[in-house]
Design a protein around this ligand. Structure first.
Ligand SMILES: [Zn+2]
Length: 599
């Protein structure tokens, strides 16, 4: 099969325009169809990337125009003709996230799903992409970072030709263009690269390399304890550092990340800041996906259908379990202490138990509806949905503790992950291309561990009953207790609403059944006074700390431009996090706990 030839040029960084050409040697003589994905794998929302295609024209081999028309929101149809066809189109890129494409005079970034049209009927054809440098002296130090293999003659990190075996591989390798800091390390013999773009002062790349190596080696050893064989030949961590941003997207041999520049480690400062721990947790999360969702996949993603939603009820397994392991691997690799780990778990438990959506939606339903609910969260989401990330990670924790308790700590969730890997993941890109059916999950867990997990599946995955975490922690010598919100105002009563900070006190979320809701307050209302004293986004806690739970206060608030007055009977202090306390008591508790946290 002739390769499909793409070129991409950061043509006009000031206008944020890439120019892409695409040549098909043997198009459908009856009229070739082309389409752009409507979503990017890993981010379960219809994004309609084709809306950023500004102009598009088609030409024959002689350079004469061929008629081409739009047939729906993301597809084009060329008129019948003989011989090769070339498309030339412009793509607008002004999305500083990891999900789309961005171009300005400081950095370029793109996912193939935003810029490379698929050639209908030729998804299996090899692809060659010529990545060209922008014109002008200002760009002479720009380089290319991607895990896409270089074609012959192209040096690593340079502009030139890159290649992919098929369209699926082409779009699974994001590309960063620009000036960037570069680091590398070897994890169990495989080269891992670190690319940091954006302005970062005093970056401690050595520390980053040492720390990430530990996380990566721990994960490789988890899936392949005997051979320590990594799932890739090469891996690239690609980060754009910005003033305020957080996110990551997994790919088969790389990840695209965005973080606060302040989260990255600084030369000469050895402390583990919350920001750096968060960043390492994000790297750990995306790296874990190299196995869990990029190779071990739900059947619905094997293969992906990029023209519409791909429904699966298993995101709790692919995102939730990955969220469980991301921080667990930090403690197992010694980057954070067990007490730091417990504090992260306590925060997650608080996050889940705080919202009544958990009583209305199961994690399986949340997975299925991710496209219209989790990814399109609004002010009512905490009352209506449960996060398959947060609760999914607690479901993973519950499975892990339950399996360990039932098997005397001889089996664990690690055994489930390994069996999933052996059966579905290891050979996914070696022609096996099979995902796990939803109906096979429960049997696989039982096969891997011998534990009876039916109740957890029934109540934790397919039910809305709260997980029995107290009981599950007990054999591990861990006690769970609610920790009321503090920040200097311990025991303060609550409105039962989440507030957006700032000059105005805007209610972002009003929890079901809360004092605020009973008093008729709604998300979007701007509180202006409590008992006649002015309230802002920053002094609400201090004002409420003057009252006891159950006290009645007069609240003035604007809804749109109408002033309202209401009386609020204040709720008990809100529990936003839980404390996990490890005891050194007798019995197997301490030993079991250490085994769990050491892997
Ligand atoms: Zn994820």
């Amino acid at each position: 099969m002739n390769p499909i030839q793409y070129t991409i040029v950061p043509k006009n960084p000031a206008a944020h325009l890439f120019e892409v050409t695409l040549t098909v040697a043997a198009p459908d003589p009856a009229g070739q169809r082309f389409m752009l994905p409507v979503w990017i794998p890993g981010s379960y929302m219809i994004r309609e990337f084709a809306r950023n295609i500004v102009t598009l024209q088609a030409f024959n081999a002689a350079g004469r125009k061929i008629a081409i028309e739009k047939v729906d929101k993301h597809a084009w149809q060329a008129a019948p003709h003989d011989g090769p066809i070339t498309l030339r189109y412009e793509v607008y890129g002004w999305d500083m996230s990891v999900r789309a494409a961005h171009l300005d005079d400081t950095v370029g970034f793109f996912n193939g799903t935003s810029v490379f049209l698929a050639v209908e009927g030729q998804a299996d054809a090899p692809c060659v992409v010529d990545i060209q440098a922008p014109q002008g002296a200002a760009y002479r130090n720009w380089r290319v970072a991607t895990a896409l293999p270089e074609a012959r003659g192209t040096m690593r990190y340079s502009f030139g030709a890159y290649q992919a075996q098929n369209y699926d591989e082409l779009i699974d390798h994001p590309v960063t263009l620009g000036e960037f800091a570069l680091g590398s390390f070897s994890a169990h013999g495989v080269k891992h690269e670190i690319v940091i773009s954006g302005r970062v002062v005093g970056l401690d790349m050595n520390r980053l390399a040492v720390d990430l190596k530990r996380v990566c080696e721990a994960q490789i050893a988890l899936f392949e304890p005997r051979t320590k064989k990594a799932p890739v030949d090469r891996y690239v961590f690609m980060t754009v550092a910005v003033s305020d941003g957080y996110g990551g997207l997994e790919h088969r041999a790389s990840t695209a990340l965005i973080c606060n520049r302040g989260d990255l480690p600084v030369v000469g400062r050895a402390e583990m800041t919350d920001g750096y721990r968060t960043y390492l947790g994000l790297c750990s999360h995306e790296y874990f996906h190299t196995w869990n969702v990029k190779r071990i996949k739900p059947a619905a993603f094997a293969p992906y259908d990029l023209s519409q939603e791909n429904y699966t009820s298993l995101l709790w397994l692919f995102e939730g379990f990955t969220s469980y392991y991301d921080d667990l691997m930090l403690v197992r690799s010694g980057l954070i202490s067990p007490s730091d780990y417990f504090s992260l778990v306590g925060k997650t438990i608080g996050g889940v138990l705080r919202s009544s959506g958990r009583l209305k939606q199961t994690v399986a339903e949340s997975s299925f509806d991710a496209w219209v609910k989790y990814y399109r969260a609004d002010e009512n989401s905490p009352n209506a949905i449960v996060s398959y990330y947060q609760k999914g990670s607690l479901v993973a924790l519950a499975f892990d503790l339950s399996i360990r308790a039932q098997t005397g700590n001889r089996k664990s969730l690690d055994d489930v992950m390994r069996l999933l890997w052996q059966r579905y993941g290891r050979d996914f890109y070696n022609g096996k291309l099979r995902g796990i059916e939803e109906s096979d999950v429960e049997a696989l867990f039982a096969e891997a561990t011998g534990a009876d997990l039916r109740k957890l599946f029934r109540e934790g995955v397919h039910g809305t009953r709260d997980l029995p975490l107290d009981a599950l922690f007990e054999p591990f010598g861990v006690a769970l207790a609610p920790e009321p919100a503090t920040n200097g105002t311990a025991g303060k009563p609550s409105l039962g609403a989440r507030v957006r900070g700032g000059a105005d006190c805007v209610l972002a979320v009003v929890h079901d059944g809360s004092a605020a809701q009973k008093a008729g307050l709604s998300a979007g209302d701007v509180l202006v006074a409590i008992d006649g004293l002015r309230v802002t986004g920053s002094n609400l806690d201090a004002l409420l700390a003057r009252y006891l739970p159950g006290a009645k206060v007069e609240v003035h608030a604007f809804r749109r431009d109408e002033l309202r007055r209401t009386e609020v009977k204040l709720d008990a202090p809100e529990v936003t996090r839980y404390t996990l306390t490890a005891s050194d008591g007798r019995g197997p508790g301490k030993q079991w706990r250490e085994r769990w946290l050491k892997g």
